[in-house]
Design a protein around this ligand. Structure first.
Ligand code: ATP
Ligand code: MG
Length: 447
């Protein structure tokens, strides 16, 4: 059944030697039963924090839940005395933490059956049938779902996150209770909502997760800008779109090849400006969304602020949404391609292309086109060319040596002239070519 790493067995033996009960609990048991690797080992014990600290002098204890951290090689084991909670004040924090006598009591306060199992090294303690539900791929609350979500609104998103991470479905009564209590998510801090949202987006099933947020009404509270997209149609004469804007967004996310959660989120949000820019021509029935990327850029900035994203993540989201309409055409000049690279930033180019791939497949198109492939090749080619004077294959020393000049403004002016020629494509950025150029009669006579 579960094979524990030897460092864990040793740790648990120390507790047993002192007649304390000790169990691996929560996510580690769940992941072990699923044969998933886990580096997050949590334990529950009958020992008090003080007793744990006596057993492990290098442990430390710093939170209000009584969790003691025991460092072990690369990992830190988190060990918490059996607990039970009661009296939730505001769907967020238990009013008081109470210690429990038994592991069964401790398991009863946990959120979902698959998270409410304990293992002592020999026997699985599973009063809520978590192992059965793992086999059935089912997320179900421990006890009455309505009450469990009332106690802690974060569980609404934890249910969706677990389902998206594990590829599970949410059991019917739990699903109904999420719908009935969706508004409780408003009581949860922006940071915690963002963290759960990003775990959903980073999971193996991000599109299912987002659809689930939509179907339960949670999306309305978390990302109302995206929720609004589901009522905006875009099927119109001569247009390739087959989905409404919201469904398109989810399909784009599903097919975005990037593993980076920020790139995935940008792909999900790239068209949110379409809600405000929707126009339908009364005569022709033609639907347009002029400048939706401009409106979208503003909205995504607001979303990033509201969900307290870091400045770095915010900048990336904004850039990807702002430029997602970039055109790929075989007649683009090198200059135009350079401008595009400068605007998007070299570091975001792959993300921008991954967004485009998701966008294309998510609107029913082929993953790529010859134009897009040509464009990608040119992005690479153009980047081999210099962007700044210092990228030139000659420098001031070469200029002074070749032309027997002494240091002075003329050297810089010559380099600037060389740079302009390279940028225009008139000469290759190769040392021999550039030396030849500056030696040309008249070229280096600076006025
Ligand atoms: P992961 O660490 O992979 O995100 P996990 O299941 O270990 O998943 P944690 O947030 O580390 O999740 O929580 C550890 C355990 O604590 C859970 O498995 C669950 O038993 C319990 N737990 C966590 N959050 C809650 C909650 N909001 N309500 C009730 N029990 C919870
Ligand atoms: Mg964990």
């Amino acid at each position: 059944m579960i094979k524990l790493p030897s460092s864990i067995s040793r740790l648990m033996q120390v507790f047993r030697d002192h007649r304390y009960q000790i169990y691996v609990v929560g996510g580690a048991v769940r992941d072990a039963l699923l044969d998933l690797a886990s580096d997050n080992w949590d334990f529950a014990t009958s020992a008090t924090p003080e007793q744990i600290q006596q057993l492990f002098p290098d442990s430390f204890y710093h939170n209000q839940y009584g969790t003691v951290s025991v460092p072990s090689q690369k990992l830190i084991f988190e060990i918490t005395p059996f607990r039970q909670e009661s009296d939730y004040r505001d769907a967020r924090h238990p009013r008081q933490i109470r210690w429990a006598k038994t592991i069964e009591q401790d398991l009863s306060r946990r959120d979902f059956t698959v998270n409410a199992m304990a293992f002592d090294g020999k026997t699985l303690v599973d009063p809520w049938h978590g192992a059965d539900h793992l086999r059935e791929k089912k997320i179900k609350t421990v006890g009455d779902p309505f009450q469990r979500f009332r106690e802690d609104g974060l569980r609404l998103m934890r249910a969706v996150r677990l389902a998206a991470q594990l590829g599970f479905f949410i059991e019917e009564s739990t699903r109904q209770a999420i719908r009935d209590n969706a508004q409780l998510i408003e009581k949860i801090s922006a940071e915690r909502v963002r963290d759960e949202l990003m775990k959903i987006i980073a999971s193996p099933h991000p599109a299912d997760g987002v659809l689930f947020l939509h179907n339960t009404g949670l999306l309305h509270y978390i990302l109302p800008e995206l929720e609004a997209c589901f009522s905006v149609p875009q099927k119109s004469p001569k247009r390739h779109h087959i989905f409404d804007v919201g469904t398109h967004a989810v399909m784009a996310l599903k097919h975005c090849p990037s593993a980076d959660p920020v790139t995935r989120l940008a792909t999900l949000l790239h068209d949110i400006g379409k809600v405000q820019t929707f126009r339908k021509d009364a005569k022709t029935g033609l639907i347009t969304f002029y400048n939706h990327e401009v409106v979208g850029t503003r909205l995504v900035e607001k979303i990033a602020q509201r969900l307290k994203f870091s400045n770095q993540d915010k900048a990336k989201l904004v850039t990807l949404v702002k430029y997602h309409q970039f055109t790929v055409t075989e007649v683009a000049t090198d200059k135009a391609i350079r401008r595009f690279i400068r605007q998007v930033g070299k570091e975001n180019l792959n993300a921008m292309l991954d967004l485009r791939t998701g966008d294309r497949i998510g609107s029913g198109a082929k993953p790529t086109s010859w134009r897009l492939e040509l464009f990608k090749k040119r992005l690479v080619e153009v980047q081999k060319e210099p962007f700044k004077v210092t990228d030139l294959k000659i420098n001031g020393h070469d200029v002074m040596e070749t032309l027997r000049l002494s240091p002075g403004p003329a050297v810089g002016q010559i380099l600037a002239k060389v740079f302009a020629r390279v940028v225009d494509g008139q000469v290759k950025n190769q040392k021999p070519d550039l030396i030849k150029l500056i030696k040309q009669p008249g070229f280096s006579t600076v006025h």
